[in-house]
Design a protein around this ligand. Structure first.
Ligand code: EPU
Length: 337
């Protein structure tokens, strides 16, 4: 029997720890429960939005519709070859528990994505990425149920239109479906991705390179650099790293020759939002209960009982400062409601 609650506090469903309320919230535990939810009376309630357990979301007001928090669990092996193992996981599995399970079984490919908060179902939406790996590199297919038809649909990785922190689920299919399962193609013969400078340095402390050691190194780096949302409300990077054309990158480099910039496709460069924010003077700044984190200004932190609105106002000030100094508009990575 699926649980549907009324007037639900959302403080435990967003890592900012912001308190607001959802009018209705449903907790389907199977694909069939999702289908019956979409065919039943609750289908009348709009808007409908799906959230994972520790979402990359900032609520700036109460949510006047139906929030769906799918709790589909389960990890199963679909097939194996000499080199690969194909693993299907339910959307409600905690992402880092899934990574740990894979690493413990010596299945490689997602060890660099250790300790990212969230669920398996949310991972393709923003194509989570860290330390030289994006989840798109290992996704084989994504299963979903469409809101309008209440029918299942399978997306190949290609159909997901993955990009940097981007996918079809943030555009054409935004608020139009629920991801129920994700199938990953993981390795049995590993291919290590250790070129990221922080990771290379940390791995010097380990006797050899294994996926377990990569996971441990990444956990150490992240714990050192990023605030733990259990202790200090935050949603990881608040903004995306902006991608600009070569001319723009060169313009800034004329004044700041040391500005980090990474080639990203033809004539494009990915700049570091953290660097732009720091250079615009917004590292470790605080207004009332909201601030940028002292070790990583790309992370906006709730130091007390800040409201979603306060956090949004603070983010806008950062955008203005960066816009004024560099004529670049930072785009939020976090979903804002
Ligand atoms: N930097 C500064 N000042 C700082 C911190 C960083 O100038 O205080 C500059 C440095 O030059 C550094 C560069 O920013 O070399 C990159 O910093 P970092 O390695 O911390 O990575 P990031 O680009 O800021 C991205 C992801 C993170 C991910 C890390 C590691 C985005 C929006 N963020 O951050 O993802 O963990 O790379 O791969 O792409 C997240 O999405 O929530 C997240 C934490």
């Amino acid at each position: 029997m699926m649980i549907i609650q009324e007037k639900v506090s959302l403080s435990q469903y967003n890592t900012f720890g912001v308190d607001s309320y959802a009018k209705y919230m449903a907790f389907p535990a199977t694909t069939d429960e999702i289908i019956s939810l979409l065919k039943g009376q609750y289908n009348e309630y709009n808007p409908k939005v799906v959230i994972g357990s520790r979402s990359n979301i900032l609520f700036t007001k109460d949510f006047d519709g139906l929030l769906i928090h799918p709790e589909i669990k389960g990890i199963e092996i679909i097939k194996q070859t000499r080199d690969f193992i194909h693993v299907r996981a339910g959307c409600g599995e905690n992402w880092d528990d899934f990574v740990r399970y894979c690493v413990d079984n010596d299945w490689g490919g997602i060890e660099n994505l250790s300790l990212i908060p969230g669920t398996v179902g949310a991972s393709p939406v923003q194509n989570i990425g860290a330390y030289g790996v994006e989840v798109k590199d290992v996704i084989e297919k994504v299963e979903a149920v469409m809101f309008e038809s209440a029918k299942k649909r399978v997306f190949t990785a290609n159909e997901c239109n993955f990009g940097y922190r981007d996918s079809i689920f943030k555009h054409e299919l935004k608020h139009k479906c629920i991801i129920t399962h994700v199938t990953f193609r993981l390795t049995k013969q590993h291919f290590f991705r250790t070129q990221y400078p922080d990771l290379e340095k940390e791995l010097d402390n380990y006797p050899d390179t294994t996926i377990q050691n990569i996971r441990n190194a990444i956990i150490t780096i992240r714990r050192n650099k990023l605030p733990d949302p259990e202790q200090l409300g935050n949603a990881g990077s608040f903004f995306k790293n902006p991608i600009v054309d070569e001319q723009k990158a060169n313009e800034i480099r004329r004044f700041y020759p040391k500005m980090p910039a990474y080639k990203s496709g033809d004539n494009k460069f990915k700049l570091s939002a953290a660097w732009l924010i720091e250079t615009a003077g917004w590292k470790d700044r605080k207004i009332n209960n909201v601030g940028t984190y002292k070790k990583q200004p790309l992370v906006i932190v709730n130091y007390g009982h800040a409201s979603g609105q306060e956090i949004l106002e603070f983010a806008k000030k950062i955008q203005q400062a960066v816009q004024q100094k560099f004529a670049i508009m930072l785009e939020p990575e976090v979903n804002i409601f």
